[in-house]
Design a protein around this ligand. Structure first.
Ligand code: GLU
Length: 442
């Protein structure tokens, strides 16, 4: 089999969101699994909406996830190639110039719908005589449509199985706008052919595009790649995710403390028949990845599912792996390994570490139930000032037990709450040597 080449082709008109990640990851994993090539292609022919800021952000987000690309391509640098392809289609009679305004097209569509017909472009422009065409050209800029061959277009979809679309039910796609802008459909197929793309995985919103693109590729003398269309993500209640994209951009998730491994582990399995398990490396994620395990039904995504994975990811990290973050909090080097041992069991996200360090450094606001007030006051009188050694908790609680007669939960819980302000949390014996401040003696 020839080499597998995949691509991720975002339009740099916004930040990457969770739906983009699915597409990027699938294409990345297919290439990675087979030792193939993964191309990052920036679909930036829309010069008004494409921004360098987004190009930078896309690369930064992919870097953060560890989804490295073997090659980067940019459509705005390949306009000559698209012009050549357009010339070829024109010469072969597969391109025709149209002049209808959006309003005229809209009117046609409404008429068709009223008559119970599908709103497919009627090819009126194809029937224009030369004189009319010249007159229209003098009045306004024309735009260009691809003349579909009205046959049934068939392909074996890597996820959806055998698919076919009747080209007669689809409007001839506009490939070049009146202002000369090359549209995605043409640019994309020229690139896919030129770059030797062997597999295209994208969202199921592209199924009709695929049908027309297969014909355009063939018209350009290319061989269509293998196509697979993954289902679209919905919110946890089945609602369209797009409404919530604001909170689901990769950078927002990152800012909230979601880890790359948690995102990748979830997205590589969600919507497939395989269980979601935390995998710490892309090699492990790629190993079990199988496109044919994914279903056609919309896939529910719940950002809450990222937290248990993020938590497990953080807990699996060694002190060395987080040393920089811990140092940045101001934890003294000699306390850092112990601090990580204690805190890692008690955080969901890395930013939670700051709260634990604040507690160690400044002490907590004690929580003292009224019925324990006297007991806690007496206990605090028995607590020597920091710093504490490894036996400090045992020594103290033994002394308190001897003085008050309390034992078990009645002994330990009020002391935990007095020192940490919480009824649950780290092993107190391990926490004590980290405490720099304790409540003042009453
Ligand atoms: N730029 C297109 C998009 O973001 C790429 C689609 C494709 O994969 O061909 O929808």
């Amino acid at each position: 089999m020839s080499k597998i080449v995949t691509r991720f082709a975002p339009s740099p008109t916004g930040f990457l969101h969770i739906g983009n990640l699915r597409t990027a990851l699938f294409n990345y994993l297919i290439a990675r699994k087979s030792g193939g090539t993964f191309v990052l292609r920036l679909d930036d022919t829309d010069s008004e909406r494409s921004k360098q800021e987004y190009i930078d952000a896309i690369q930064e987000d992919l870097d953060w996830l560890g989804l490295g690309w073997d090659r980067i391509e940019q459509q705005s640098k390949r306009l000559d190639r698209y012009a050549e392809a357009a010339d070829r289609l024109r010469a072969d009679g597969r391109f025709y110039e149209c002049f209808e305004t959006p309003t005229e097209l809209d009117l046609k569509r409404k008429k068709q719908l009223n008559m119970g017909r599908p709103p497919v472009y009627d090819r009126a422009a194809l029937a224009l005589d030369d004189a009319t065409r010249l007159r229209l050209r003098a009045e306004r800029e024309g735009y260009w449509r691809f003349l579909l061959d009205q046959t049934r277009i068939e392909w074996e979809d890597g996820i959806l199985g055998p698919l076919s679309i009747d080209a007669a039910s689809v409007s001839d796609p506009v490939l070049i706008r009146a202002d000369g802008q090359v549209l995605y459909t043409l640019a994309s197929v020229v690139d896919d052919v030129d770059m030797g793309i062997s597999h295209v995985v994208r969202g199921s919103d592209h199924v009709t595009n695929t049908a027309t693109q297969i014909q355009i590729i063939e018209a350009l003398g290319g061989t269509p790649p293998a196509f697979a269309h993954h289902s679209l993500l919905t919110g946890s209640r089945g609602e369209a995710l797009s409404k919530r994209l604001g909170v689901l951009s990769l950078r927002d998730l990152r800012a909230q403390g979601v880890t790359p491994a948690s995102l990748l582990s979830l997205m590589a399995r969600l919507g497939s028949s395989q269980p979601v398990e935390l995998r710490l490396t892309l090699d492990e994620i790629a190993e079990g990845f199988d496109l044919s395990q994914f279903g056609a039904a919309p896939t529910k995504f719940d950002a809450e599912d990222l937290w248990p994975l993020t938590r497990a990811d953080l807990q699996a990290r060694s002190h060395e792996a987080v040393a920089d973050e811990i140092a940045a909090l101001g934890v003294p080097d000699e306390l850092a390994p112990q601090f990580w041992e204690v805190a890692r069991e008690n955080i969901t996200r890395m930013p939670d570490l700051a709260d634990w360090w604040a507690l160690c450094r400044d002490g907590a606001t004690p929580v003292i139930d009224p019925e324990d007030a006297e007991f806690v006051a007496e206990a605090l009188r028995l607590l020597p000032p920091p710093p504490y050694g490894t036996t400090a908790w045992k020594d103290w609680t033994d002394a308190v037990k001897a003085a008050t007669g309390r034992k078990g939960k009645a002994l330990f819980m009020p002391l935990r709450k007095a020192l940490t302000g919480q009824s649950h949390g780290p092993d107190m014996a391990a926490l004590m040597p980290l405490l720099q401040k304790v409540p003042a003696r009453g």
